[in-house]
Design a protein around this ligand. Structure first.
Ligand code: WA2
Length: 283
């Protein structure tokens, strides 16, 4: 192959990869901004009004009608912070028991993710039961999100930082698809931007979360470009550079030589991500 052809091929791959990375990053960022706005909506109309102006019905209707604003998100949900001393009162008021998240593989029929099949959350210092959810993720209603490893880590990091934070890729409940969860903490008062972590933790009243179904929604996004025959796209969480975690794409593909890596910025400075693209066929 002539040098000229190699260079042209390399440039084509770089352009295609950068274009896809930019599209994904843009859709990620608009989705994240809209989830942030939903957190403010709950703060204003649920916590800020007595009685609350939002219940499960209005939240489900509003989030369904605004789903187009969050193209990569399969569902949003709101979990309340409940201290152990408030648990009995909370369960009486809502008329249900705080449930424990089932761990491991939940793809089988036995593990069909219905809140009524779940065990009560074991005693803990505090809980984060889901009280409002988009219909698409109603299977997490009443579940204590602090009983799931990835969700719990996200909750702790979100409330100490005051920023939107992301989990590393993991299998989401029910769908069993690879994805990540985005979490924003809600506070009892408007905190100054420089509030310290302890002050933030003390003022925390709840957590707004969104699940990015990366497996399904990135596939849909890439299909719009109709180039699946040409290149293979993968997305990695490279927070630990020596052990990248696959976020999108299958692991075994032929090595066709050329590889292009495009940077991705998903807005959580604690995590690194990148897109890697290859041609499907050798020239
Ligand atoms: N939402 C949807 N599916 C999930 C999930 C989740 N978390 N975790 C595992 N599968 C209510 O951070 C608070 C949403 C978590 C928020």
């Amino acid at each position: 192959m002539s040098l000229n052809l190699v260079l042209r091929r390399k440039e084509t791959l770089a352009n295609m990869c950068d274009e896809r990375a930019r599209m994904l990053q843009d859709q990620f960022n608009v989705s994240m901004n809209h989830v942030h706005a939903l957190a403010i909506l709950i703060s204003t109309f649920h916590h800020g009004k007595k009685p609350s102006a939002i219940d499960q019905g209005t939240f489900a209707a509003y989030t369904a009608r605004t789903a187009f604003e969050r193209p990569l998100i399969s569902g949003v949900a709101y979990a309340l912070r409940v201290k152990h001393s408030e648990r009995a009162e909370f369960e009486k008021r809502y008329g249900w028991v705080i449930k424990k998240m089932e761990s491991g593989d939940h793809s089988s029929v036995r593990n069909e993710y219905m809140p009524e099949n779940l065990d009560p959350a074991p005693t803990n210092r505090e809980y984060a039961p889901v009280i409002l959810s988009q219909e698409s993720v109603s299977h997490i209603l009443s579940i204590d999100m602090m009983s799931g490893k990835e969700d719990c880590e996200n909750i702790l990091r979100a409330r100490a930082s005051g920023k939107g934070v992301l989990t590393s890729p993991f299998k989401l409940l029910k769908s069993n698809h690879l994805g990540v969860v985005l979490t924003f903490a809600l506070y009892s008062s408007i905190l100054p931007p420089n509030a310290d972590p302890d002050e933030r933790i003390r003022a925390t009243i709840g957590y707004l979360g969104a699940s990015f179904d990366v497996e399904t929604l990135v596939e849909k996004l890439l299909q719009q470009l109709a180039s699946k025959q040409t290149i293979v796209v993968k997305v990695f969480d490279t927070t630990e550079p020596l052990t990248p975690i696959t976020m999108y794409g299958s692991d075994n593909e032929d090595d066709t030589g050329l590889l292009h890596t495009s940077s991705l910025e998903f807005g959580d400075p604690f995590r690194r991500h990148e897109m890697r693209c290859r041609f499907k066929q050798k020239p």
